[in-house]
Design a protein around this ligand. Sequence first.
Ligand SMILES: Cc1ncc(COP(=O)(O)O)c(C=O)c1O
Length: 373
Amino acid sequence: MHVPFLNLRAAHDPLRAEFLAAIGEVIDTSAFAGGPFVAKFEADFAAFCKTEHAIGLGNGTDALWLSLLALGVGPGDEVITVPSTFLATAEAITYTGAKPVFVDIEEQTYTMSPAALEKAITPRTKAIIPVHLFGQVADMDPIMAIARKHSLPVVEDACQAHGAEYKGRAAGGIGETGCFSFYPGKNLGALGEAGAVVTNSAELKQKVQMLRDHGQSRKYYHAVVGWNARMDGFQGAALQIKLKHLANGNAARREHARRYDELLGQVEGVIIPQVAPGRVHVYHIYAIRVQRRDWLLQTLASRGVSCGIHYPVPVHLQEAYSSLGYARGSFPVAERCADEFLSLPMFPELTPEQIEYVGREVARAVGESKNAK
Ligand SMILES: Cc1ncc(COP(=O)(O)O)c(C=O)c1O
């Protein structure tokens, strides 16, 4: 049996006719950059996130970067985030001119440690970016309490957490802004690149809208220096269609995760993901932790199970950030997790047979790994 890590065609084939009709409408109305299809998606997505506003953008990195710019973050400032994330979280900070400052993650959820956050705050700190890694919301109550105490805004990196919940609140709707990526492989993926900011603040909405459109207050009148970060019209149309399937897709992922948990929870040498109380996980990634991870990745690949690693090197140890001067040992939990994470196949259309096969093969390979050369 071959089990792919991800199969986008399985999601897209049943929607093909609907996509083609929507693309036809975009062509017929020439609504290619922003426009009514993006506006309709923005309204739908804000409702989904239970926020007042959504602003469609070119990608998730834009969402993080423009959020920080709208909040006034710039050179000389520090922004606190975690090293267990995709590089984009830190890049967005760097592109404002501010310095990324990292804090370690919690061992159970792989999200920002509130205790570590509080210790890292300095007079230069201007914002906090918790990352809802793999589809589980960070521990937002203590994070927001610390932020309020120090009058700091919170930008949620919800790029992996479309539809996740924290104590009944939707990911992205808890901080000052929530940032989403609609990269094709995400739980809500476009047919190309796209992203969005969600917010309850009319002021931040207006700022992000201006920044995405060259800082224009009206056509050819530029109030500030912005950028071109508009969402493509085709993506707005495609995302409207895909949003209708997100809740079902997330439910299917949770069901698959439940079965993986059953198959692997008792296997010696495997740590399965933990869901903290009050949280609804959406399993963008189902990552187990194992020893001899690279050997397991190869062995499973040879037996038809395609796995991934998210991410092999934590951001503070990436070459791109060597100038920050962090050494190995700075963030022990993040570093240990980076060595041990192994992401199993996860997408809504996985079949029960595929999940059984993956569970069986992982258990077998983990058993063998102890004696393998
Ligand atoms: C946690 C996280 N932050 C930010 C991003 C950046 O999003 P994008 O690739 O759409 O720019 C991604 C996705 O790639 C992500 O997973």
